[in-house]
Design a protein around this ligand. Sequence first.
Ligand code: NCD
Length: 307
Amino acid sequence: MRHLMNPLDFSVGELDDLMNLASDIEQNPDKYAHACDRKKLATLFYEPSTRTRLSFEAAMLNLGGSVLGFSEASSSSASKGESVSDTIRVIGCYADIVAMRHPKEGAPLVASIHSKVPVINAGDGGHQHPTQTLADLYTIRKLHGRLSNLTIGLCGDLKFGRTVHSLIEALSRYEGIKFVLISPKELRVPEYIREEVLEKKGIPYQEVEKMEDAMPNLDILYMTRIQRERFFNEDEYLRMKGFYILDKEKMELAKPDTYVLHPLPRVNEISVDVDDDPRARYFEQAQNAVYMRMALILTLLEINVEA
Ligand code: NCD
């Protein structure tokens, strides 16, 4: 039995298989409409979410399965003091697969150790968010036709943004990837990513504070919101909020094929007038996430749909 905790749990070859499956699902949705008949997905969300939880649920419903779960810790037995390891043992009696989001780094990993069904990390604190990465990779591959030889700009809260950490780890396995890390000094990528991933693997990267300096060279601009809930104090958050605002003017500095992605939710870091720019692809990225989550559910449940 397999779980998904980190994007590196899948090899590059396995990721290709997943993306090919997602692409087949996208093109032939009817073929998969009953693939998960009578299967159940439990979504255990101890932290707020709209997209991730609903897109997991939509993915399972598209496959003919059913969903159950909770969307806040206060409505679960966690509020009575139940441990994650006890909860998961019980949920394994009700569901065939679990997607868990938790404010504590490593909680889904603890759950997976005690689980008799596959567990998917749907975001653990400021750590990792591997299924967002699946959506990001699939979107980049669709837009540029490849995942190698690309210059990727990541902008915003690179310290607490878990989607950024997962995406850097995943992309660092492809040839010819360069990163431009755009953040205020206080919100730089954590040291473990710089040392254990970028430097160890000799991946070229630049850290810059000004977005304008980076714009002309990017193939992808991945915007992120300042992660308010992970700040220790509100004043600090307010100082950082508004540091980066991508607007029409800044988009003029970018190449015709610099696509803009964002895991969403957006706060104010992308001005709404950018939404009409053909290079703005964040809503498409949210749609792609559903196909990738469908592919992931099928893969972890070891369900093969014949051609
Ligand atoms: C992201 C998350 O939860 O980390 N959202 C998402 O899953 N699409 C990004 C964020 O909350 O900023």
